[in-house]
Every structure is written in structure tokens, then in C-alpha cells.
Design a protein around this ligand. Structure first.
Ligand code: DAK
Length: 258
């Protein structure tokens, strides 16, 4: 499909999706959100793709939902159209790993989009925030829920109530991001991580993603049982035999997703 607000490139088993509304700091209007979800679904269905990277520009991953588009909407309209309701569901349904490569502003819906990905690699220029309170609203796609699970109640309250931005160092310290790298190295680092993931058995990476995500939805006892059962099930795959044999034979494993 031809996109107008994003650029998609598939190379070496990695789909790179770049948000591309530079004049609006990649503000998430409904067109962009729709195109992004479609591109993610296409990548998920594409046999050549084994990992997905979502990124923005050097100045902004995304500066939030498009305020100009939303400003005149009424309660009746956002309620009737269920504004943005399907974004979270469509992203959560993607089974392949998704890395957010964040440089510059990741604010409001931009921060929420990054958090909806599987992990975040950020440049040292990244700034995260949930400044919706400045606009007389609150976060709507996870800024009060996922952020709290990432950084704890105190920082989540601070960010949602004051609207202040968190820099990359604080984000790394707080567990919001997995790695912080110099801005010039961001894409190399993110693509390198994606390549590493792409080399693995896709049965195993899907299982790992499901198991970690399950920890957010269940008790520790249930989560541990789920993890153990999935671990057991992987012994039914050819890739488990190949991975363990390759280790013993001191060679690189050749996974075939079987
Ligand atoms: N929307 C629309 N345009 C935006 C924008 C945004 N969020 N952010 C920036 N822009 C536009 C600016 O208007 C400007 O365009 P022109 O005026 O030149 O045409 C251009 O991008 C460059 O921005 P600035 O001139 O402001 O650039 P600066 O470097 O001076 O400042 C900034 C950068 C990121 C600090 C500033 O632009 C800013 O504060 N932006 C707004 C950040 C913000 O408040 N974000 C939260 C948006 S609210 C929902 C789910 C989710 C949401 C809502 C509902 N439901 C489920 C119902 C999410 C809400 C949000 O994200």
C-alpha cells in the first residue's frame, strides 16, 4: 500500500517504519495512525520480515496526537468515533518484535506509541512526556497505565500531573528505555538489535514476547506456569534441537522456524 505519512523500508529481514510528518514533528493524526497500524500488520504478515523498528526524525519521534486535528472535536464526536480506540489493540496484536528507536520528542501519544512497542532504544537527545494535562485532557493510550508500570507511581504521577519532560538519562535510570546511545548511533544500534532478533528462531522470539507480555496481565504464579509450559512446548520444535546442537558443535545455529 502507498503511504503518505510514513516511509516503510524492508531490508535484511527488518521492516523499518519511519513516521514522516516533519512539519508537525510527526504529530499523530488519524491518517498517520491508520497508516502505521496497516504497515505494522503488513510487516507482521510478511514472511521476509522477522523484526520491526519504528522511528521518527532526529528532532521528534512524535510530539503527540495532532492537537490541531483534535482541538475542535466535541465529546459526542470522540465518543461516537471512539477516537484512537483501535490503535492500542492493533499494535498489541502484532506478534513480531517491535523496537521503538526514539530521538528527540516522544510526547503524549508519541510516548505512548513508544511504550506500546516491545522496547525502546533512545538517543541521548530523547525527551519523554505526558503533557496532555497542559491541554486540559489526560493521556489516552497508556500514559497513565503503561508509564506507571514502567517507572512507578511517583514518576508517573509527576509526569502526568506536571507535564514535565523526562530526559534520556532519567528514562534509562527509571526503566522506561532499554538503552541510551549517542544520537548519531541511534539507528545503527536499533537496526543492530533488530538484526540480532532476526537471526533467532521466530518461534522462540514470538514465545519470548508473549511470555514477557503475560507478566503484565497475570499473577506471578500464573505467569511462571505460562512461561514453563511455553518453555516445555519449545522442545517440540526443530529449532530447539538445532539451537542446542549448534551450541555443542560450536557453530552458528541455522534456525528454520520449525
Ligand atoms: N499536534 C499538532 N502539531 C504539532 C504538535 C502536536 N502535538 N506538536 C508540534 N506541532 C507542530 C507545531 O504546531 C508547529 O507547527 P507550525 O505552527 O509551525 O505550523 C511544528 O509542529 C513545530 O512545533 P514548534 O514550533 O512548537 O516546535 P518547538 O521546537 O518550538 O517545540 C514541542 C517543540 C514538542 C515542545 C512543542 O511543539 C510542543 O509542545 N508540542 C505539543 C506537545 C504536546 O502537548 N503533546 C501532547 C499532545 S496531546 C486519545 C488518545 C491519545 C491522545 C488523545 C486522545 N483517546 C484514546 C481519545 C493523545 C493526546 C496527545 O498526545
Amino acid at each position: 500500500m502507498a503511504f503518505e505519512t510514513i516511509i516503510v523500508d524492508v531490508e535484511d529481514h527488518v521492516a523499518l517504519i519511519k513516521l514522516n510528518r516533519p512539519d508537525a514533528l510527526n504529530a499523530l493524526n488519524q491518517q498517520l495512525v491508520g497508516e502505521l497500524c496497516t504497515a505494522l500488520e503488513e510487516a507482521d504478515a510478511n514472511d521476509k520480515v522477522r523484526c520491526i523498528v519504528v522511528t521518527g526524525s532526529e528532532k521528534a519521534f512524535a510530539a503527540g496526537a495532532d492537537i490541531k486535528e483534535m482541538s475542535s472535536m466535541t465529546y459526542a464526536e470522540v465518543n461516537a468515533t471512539n477516537l484512537f480506540a483501535s490503535v492500542n489493540d492493533r499494535i498489541v496484536a502484532i506478534r513480531k518484535p517491535i523496537i521503538a528507536a526514539v530521538s528527540g520528542y516522544a510526547l503524549g501519544g508519541g510516548c505512548e506509541l513508544a511504550m506500546a512497542c516491545d522496547f525502546i532504544i533512545a538517543s541521548d537527545t530523547a525527551k519523554f512526556g505526558q503533557p496532555e494535562v497542559n491541554l486540559g485532557v489526560i493521556a489516552g493510550i497508556g500514559g497513565s497505565q503503561r508509564l506507571t508500570r514502567f517507572v512507578g507511581k511517583s514518576k508517573a504521577m509527576d509526569m502526568n500531573l506536571t507535564g514535565r519532560f523526562m530526559d534520556a538519562e532519567e528514562a534509562e535510570r527509571s526503566g522506561l528505555i532499554s538503552r541510551m546511545v549517542p544520537a548519531k548511533k541511534l539507528m545503527d544500534e536499533a537496526m543492530g538489535a533488530a538484526q540480532k532478533i532476526a537471526e533467532k528462531s521466530m518461534i522462540a522470539t514470538r514465545a519470548a514476547k508473549e511470555a514477557v507480555n503475560r507478566s503484565y496481565e497475570t499473577t506471578l504464579t500464573e505467569g511462571l506456569l505460562f512461561e514453563r509450559r511455553v518453555f516445555h512446548a519449545l522442545f517440540a520444535t526443530e529449532d530447539q534441537k538445532e539451537g542446542m546442537n549448534a551450541f555443542m558443535e560450536k557453530r552458528q545455529a541455522q534456525f528454520r522456524d520449525r
